[in-house]
Write a protein that binds this ligand. Structure first.
Ligand code: AMP
Length: 537
């Protein structure tokens, strides 16, 4: 067979050739704009030319701090197609982590939304490699800014060479993108996506038994474009000529509901917190969501009650997917097999609430101290994954040894696998809390707490939360003879300047001791039980 290269530039070539009339609908600060794919691919090429004129070369990292909109989509294709690497930056990270990842990825250029540039202004003196800032705005005039040198995205595109074509000198194994994920403690870790990985992952999104993305769909990615490439949807949808609707800055459940109705969206994707918000909005307002053929929920476990409401009350089929930053992300998706179609409601919901069946192209197994777990739905072990869109290292080798062993990615997720091959996540070995789709490091909070003069030891565990899925609770043992009785408020005041607001614990519980294993490690499962009992959860 021919060894043709699986590159991102070849994907947009197809879009340009066969779907020039199809559309990208984009909500920005100033309203909703509409672009055909002909316009869009033209703008992608001009962006490539503009970046080249700013000195971007093969292998350089170009960062984005942006919401979900058409300009971000343009960068998704232009940056890798000119041979550079797209670094989608999570602007919800703490300033310390933002500085770290921008410097660690050695970003040369940053493309920044107008409302997000004050954030970058506040850390600009710490950024060691950035040579230019490009502001993505609809407004003709750039805002006053201390960033230097600064350019307007639209003016750069206006001046760009409109005969520019992307290079053909890209190997499919070249890096196309980089995304950082939370480390258990300390620093985030970078995951590099190759052209080949993104291409094959996009193919997988189109398979009938996965997401079945097709030209006839109208997709609305709610999941941020800095979260594992909005789960790969913009790549797959552009390639297939699918209409894309981007919800833009500061979207609310109301905006999502309105856009679903107005643009007759057929497929949307987001974390459970988003769908819980949408459910409330659908209950309060009157919206026609009959165009939806499926909602994809991932990033955290989808609650059964929520799945049931969407399906039974609104007739919206629910897909539950599982993946990680390290896995591009799609690994598994819940699908009811043909011979399961008349399962009783309870069993069907139970099935949909699990993390599903591994998608074609990826292999999984689960292991524990006795070896590979039995596929009986009871035996538990850590989930291991391998396949052509699974990372095999962290960028610059950070913490590689724990996660990548003998050709398998060790996920830190503890699962059962049943007779049908369905994966169910039952626990997590990584010391992280996932709140509204974003990670909080319990270890970082514990370290900060233990540096408090009156704290002897501290452990942070997650409790279930109806809106955010998980929230942190701090459990504290005070030092003997601590000068005064420390209060919850005092602890919160102490933590406040050190962490992003949403990292702060919801509760602070004072205890006589924290349960430990025989080797002195915190026994978090036991502690969580105690906390849930104390808080009557
Ligand atoms: P991230 O790298 O931020 O995408 O997070 C990946 C992690 O999120 C996984 O290792 C799981 O712990 C968790 N996760 C992702 N999808 C699901 C899901 N459907 N159900 C439960 N946990 C999930």
């Amino acid at each position: 067979m021919m060894d043709t290269q699986l590159t991102i530039a070849s994907m947009i070539k197809r879009t340009e050739q066969y779907f020039p009339k199809k559309e990208v609908i984009s909500r920005t600060q100033n309203g909703v704009q509409l672009f055909t794919y002909k316009d869009t691919v033209g703008r992608m090429k001009r962006l490539g030319s503009a970046l080249e004129s700013l000195g971007v070369k093969k292998g350089d990292r170009v960062g984005t701090l942006a919401w979900n909109h058409h300009r971000h989509l343009e960068a998704y294709f232009a940056v890798p197609s000119m041979g550079a690497v797209l670094h989608t930056i999570n602007f919800r990270l703490s300033k310390e982590h933002l500085i770290y990842i921008i410097n660690h990825a050695e970003n040369k250029i940053l493309l920044i939304d107008e409302d997000l540039f004050p954030l970058i202004e506040s850390i600009k003196d710490e950024l060691k490699t950035v040579e230019a800032y490009v502001i993505m705005t609809d407004n003709e005039r750039l805002p006053e800014t201390s960033l230097q040198p600064v350019y307007s995205y639209e003016q750069l595109l206006d001046k760009a060479d409109n005969t520019y074509e992307f290079t053909t000198k890209i190997d499919e194994n070249d890096p196309a993108g980089i995304c950082y994920t939370s480390g258990t403690t300390g620093k985030p870790k970078g995951v590099i996506y190759t052209h080949r990985g993104i291409y094959l992952h996009s193919m997988a999104l189109g398979m009938t038994d996965t997401l079945a993305l097709s030209e006839a769909d109208v997709v609305l990615p709610v999941v941020p474009m800095f979260h594992v490439n909005a789960w790969g949807m913009p790549f797959a949808a552009t390639w297939m000529g699918t209409t894309q609707v981007f919800p833009g800055p500061n979207m609310t459940p109301k905006i999502i509901a309105e856009m679903l109705e107005e643009y007759k969206v057929t497929f949307s994707a987001g974390v459970p917190t988003i769908w819980l918000g949408l459910l409330k909005e659908l209950e309060e307002g009157t919206y026609n969501t009959s165009s939806l053929r499926a909602l994809l929920c991932g990033g955290s476990a989808a609650p059964k009650g929520m799945i049931h409401m969407f399906e039974s009350k609104y007739g919206i089929p629910f897909l539950h997917g599982y993946g990680m930053t390290e896995t591009s992300p799609l690994v598994s998706v819940t699908r009811v097999k043909s011979y399961q179609s008349d399962l009783p409601v309870d069993e069907r919901l139970e099935l949909l609430s699990k993390q599903g069946l591994v998608v074609p192209g990826i292999e999984i197994k689960a292991v524990n101290e006795n070896g590979e777990v039995k596929p009986d739905g009871k035996d538990m072990g850590e989930l291991l994954i391998r396949g052509p869109w699974i990372a095999d290292a962290y960028y610059k080798g950070d913490s590689n040894s724990d996660a990548f062993q003998n050709g398998w990615l060790h996920t830190g997720d503890v699962v059962t696998i049943d007779e049908e091959g369905i994966i169910k996540i039952v626990d997590r070995t990584k010391d992280l809390i996932k709140s509204g789709g974003e990670w909080i490091s319990s270890v970082d909070l514990e370290n900060a707490l233990m540096a408090h003069e009156s704290v002897f030891e501290a452990a942070v565990v997650s409790i279930p939360d109806p809106k955010w899925q998980e929230r942190p609770v701090a459990c504290i043992v005070l030092k003997d003879g601590a000068q005064h009785k420390v209060t919850k408020d005092e602890i919160m005041e102490y933590l406040r300047p050190q962490f992003a607001k949403w990292w702060l614990p919801d509760e602070v519980l004072f205890m006589d001791e924290i349960p430990k294993t025989s080797v002195g490690k915190f026994l978090k499962a036991k502690l969580r039980e105690q906390v849930e009992k104390q808080l009557v959860i």
